[in-house]
Design a protein around this ligand. Structure first.
Ligand SMILES: Nc1ncnc2c1ncn2[C@@H]1O[C@H](COP(=O)(O)OP(=O)(O)OP(=O)(O)O)[C@@H](O)[C@H]1O
Ligand SMILES: [Mg+2]
Length: 140
C-alpha cells in the first residue's frame, strides 16, 4: 500500500463509505488489509466504500455466512469474515494461502481469529465505536 492515508472520525455509515473510498487510491495489487473492530463497528460498510473507490457498482454483501466473497473490481478484491469460523484448517482448505500469495486485494474482518495464518506484512486498520454513530478509523 502507498503511504499517506490518514484515517479519520466518521459520523454516519455514509461517511464511513466515503472514508473507505478514499483508501482505494492507496491500495496496490496483493495488499492484505485487516479490519479490527467490534460487531457493528462498520467494517463491512468500510469495505463497501473501498469497492466503491474501485468503481464496483454492484451489490457488496457481508461474508458473514459465505466466509469469502470475491469481487471483480478494478482490482480483484477478496473479502473475508472470520467471525463464524475459528477452525484454521477449514480456512486452509478454503485456499486462504493461495489468496495470500496472489495479486488480489485481501480484506479481512475479524482477522484476530486467524492471525496465525496471516502474513506479517499486512496493513492493519482499526474501527472503534466512539458513540452510537461516531467511528474512529485508523491505520496501525
Ligand atoms: N459512522 C458509522 N460508520 C459505519 N457504520 C455506522 C456508523 N454509524 C452507525 N453505523 C451503523 O453501524 C452498522 C455497521 O455495520 P457493519 O455491518 O458495517 O459492521 P461490521 O463491523 O461489519 O459488523 P460485523 O462484525 O457484524 O461484521 C450499520 O448498521 C450502520 O448503519
Ligand atoms: Mg461485517
Amino acid at each position: 500500500m502507498k503511504s499517506g492515508w490518514k484515517g479519520g472520525v466518521t459520523s454516519s455509515a455514509e461517511e464511513t463509505i466515503n472514508l473507505g473510498k478514499s483508501l482505494s487510491k492507496f491500495i496496490e495489487a496483493g495488499d492484505i488489509i485487516t479490519l479490527e473492530g467490534d460487531l457493528a463497528a462498520g467494517k463491512t460498510t468500510f469495505v463497501k466504500g473501498i469497492l466503491d473507490g474501485f468503481n464496483f457498482d454492484r451489490q457488496v454483501t457481508s461474508p458473514t455466512f459465505t466466509l469469502i466473497n470475491e469481487y471483480e473490481a478494478q482490482l480483484r478484491v477478496i473479502h473475508m469474515d472470520c467471525y463464524r469460523e475459528n477452525d484454521l484448517q477449514r480456512w486452509i482448505n478454503l485456499g486462504i494461502q493461495d489468496y495470500f500469495f496472489s495479486d488480489d486485494v485481501k480484506i479481512i474482518e475479524w482477522p484476530e481469529i486467524i492471525s496465525a495464518l496471516i502474513p506479517k506484512d499486512h496493513i492493519s486498520i482499526t474501527l472503534k465505536s466512539v458513540s452510537e454513530f461516531e467511528r474512529k478509523i485508523y491505520i496501525k
